[in-house]
Design a protein around this ligand. Sequence first.
Ligand SMILES: Cc1ncc(COP(=O)(O)O)c(C=O)c1O
Length: 396
Amino acid sequence: MNREDFELLKKNIIYFDNGATSLKPKKVVDTISDYYNNYSANAHRGDYDLSLKVDTKFEETRNLVKEFINAKKAKEIIFTSGTTDSLNKIIFGYFKNYLKENDEILLTKSEHASNILPWFELAEQLNLNIKYIPLDNLEVTLENVKKAITPYTKVISIAHITNVVGDVRPIKEIIKYAHEHNILVIIDGAQSVAHHKTDVQDLDVDFLAFSAHKMLGPTGIGILYGKEQLLNNIKPIIFGGGMNASFQFDKTRIYNDIPSLLEAGTLNIAGVIGFGESIKYLNNLGMDKISEYEKSLKKYAIEQLKKVNDIIIYNENSESGIITFNIKGIFSQDLAIYLNKYNICIRAGNHCAKILKDDLGIKNTCRISLYFYNTKEEIDYLFEILNNPNLKNEII
Ligand SMILES: Cc1ncc(COP(=O)(O)O)c(C=O)c1O
């Protein structure tokens, strides 16, 4: 769908690495240039027209994000530099003050490094225990969440969709159960918000983190969503301009309320404005249409890839547009480099989920991650190359 809007797709590229980052429609790129060319003032600083225009555009994006994820209030939307930054702000800004020695944090082994390493750091600082929800066929089930919860469990922090095997977790049920046991839930939405409708009120999620660059937007901009009462108890971990109302030589200071409390310094203004355009784009296309299309394309891709000799597909039944596979006897990175000769971009490696290898039984895989601009024809071309009876000889 909508391929004509993407300049890169006119360059004979087959882009199957949308889990890493999505392509950007021309409209988004033009919006960013327009800011730099025509009104590149700072936000929330000036009393002149240019700056006021920036303020309007900036806050317009906040409102667009609010509507997009159905948050109750615009002030629950905090601009960050991306999912990693959002998760660090949640973990060190909120949970560092909330958790006590021996409390337990529930994760899974397929979480991205950004949802594991900050917890390792905090666990060491506060003597907390990290536990992993056992995976069932690489997937999270409510039953296994129930089994993993103890009276010490205080927070569950998991991706809605993982970047490795693309399993869609039963988030709503997990959140409901967690809340019945006074456990807070953080959702890493890096791989999900771009691909299907996310409604934070319906999910009743406590915190949500996601990145603009995986949803047609610019790099270096992301969102920290939190329920208002939780954000009101978060402590900033970055201090400086924009987040204070006043301060004196004797260290007395008054900080602003959210959202600006958590947005110290000059943010990526062009990124915020560009992100607004990408949300408008996704709204116009329709999130339901996007997820339906991806589902059918994934089904087609699986049907085709299953015919390839010696292929092992690790996540045939997962519901996202992510396909993780290996071809017996070929190292994943060698296959990715080989496909590059045909202008096909796929990802190979451990996909930043380094501890999943224990469950997967393998360290490296190839990953195709689809988006709405991918087509059956692109998959046919990939199939043709992988189905070459001489493939192994050509690679090895
Ligand atoms: C599931 C998941 N979480 C977190 C991240 C980190 O996102 P960012 O690099 O945009 O901060 C990624 C990026 O690939 C991801 O896939």
